[in-house]
Design a binder for this molecule. Structure first.
Ligand SMILES: CC(C)(COP(=O)(O)OP(=O)(O)OC[C@H]1O[C@@H](n2cnc3c(N)ncnc32)[C@H](O)[C@@H]1OP(=O)(O)O)[C@@H](O)C(=O)NCCC(=O)NCCS
Length: 242
């Protein structure tokens, strides 16, 4: 199975190499292709039980690789073995390390997963760009009035790209908060243009000035965003060495 094409800024790296310095966020690209067996061997009994609940072999493989890779990457930062990593869940299912730090978040789409790691709370969202018949209806339902207006002024590929930028920036923020889709997506606003920005928060829950919003798109077929409660973090991009 062919690996998705990635930007050259994602350098092939082994877990355990990079150290997380203050003010940094590390983004790891994990191709969900190739042999899943070495990753499957790292999973906990609960994760193995979850694998069995997927009906399709491809979903099983994707889960095995992404969660085995997550264990390998986190073990590298903690100086432990992958099977020694313990997770807990937030109120709406967001996974954390039992010791909390480092924070991490995972997203998968198509044949790729992204795993972000930092010392501050963060969320990441990856989407493989594909033609969506219902793009306008989704935007009308979930975007704020201003976001929808900005989208509606665009056509063709520019409209599609703006949609995915807005969607991933919104998802990254709700994933950072650990809320999931139970949160109203129009309670806050993000930019749709090339420069990612957290524009406004209407429910007063967070101050956009406390947040960084970053474009971490890994390759030509994907759009990805990262939201982190931090001032202008430095991003390092890695690809899990095969
Ligand atoms: C979290 C959520 C936004 C992910 O959306 P998605 O675009 O389909 O999926 P992604 O690939 O980007 O992210 C999935 C990963 O995010 C992580 N995740 C799960 N729940 C999360 C949450 N609440 N916040 C942040 N990250 C979460 C997991 O690592 C998950 O990986 P896994 O499914 O392989 O275990 C969506 O699944 C969701 O809304 N979940 C919460 C459901 C909810 O609110 N339930 C109400 C219970 S009261």
């Amino acid at each position: 199975m062919e690996e998705p094409s990635l930007h050259a800024s994602f350098t092939a790296t082994d877990p355990g190499g990079p150290r997380l310095a203050a003010g940094e966020v590390h983004v790891w690209a994990v191709p969900l292709t190739g042999d899943s067996a070495p990753f499957a061997a790292l999973l906990s009994p609960a994760e193995q039980a979850r694998v069995k609940r997927f009906r399709f072999a491809d979903h099983q493989r994707r889960y095995q690789i992404s969660h085995g890779a997550l264990r390998r990457i986190l073990a590298g930062y903690l100086g432990r073995e992958p099977h020694e990593i313990d997770f807990r869940q937030g109120a709406r299912g967001k996974p954390y390390l039992t010791d909390d730090r480092p924070f991490f978040n995972l997203s998968h789409s198509g044949k790729l997963a992204l795993i972000a790691v930092a010392d501050e709370e963060l969320g990441i969202d990856l989407e493989k760009v594909r033609h969506l018949e219902s793009l306008t209806q989704i935007a009308e339902r979930h975007f704020s009035e201003r976001e929808f207006g900005a989208l509606d002024a665009l056509a063709g590929q520019a409209r599609e790209l703006a949609f995915y930028r807005c969607w991933t920036r919104k998802e990254a923020y709700i994933k950072a908060l650990g809320e999931g889709l139970s949160m109203a997506l129009d309670a806050f606003e993000v930019s749709l243009c090339e420069e990612p920005r957290f524009v406004a928060c209407h429910d007063g829950r967070e101050d956009p000035a406390d947040w960084a919003m970053l474009d971490v798109s890994p390759g030509p077929e994907f759009v990805a965003a990262l939201a982190m409660r931090a001032a202008a973090p430095t991003v390092h991009r890695f690809r899990l060495a095969g």
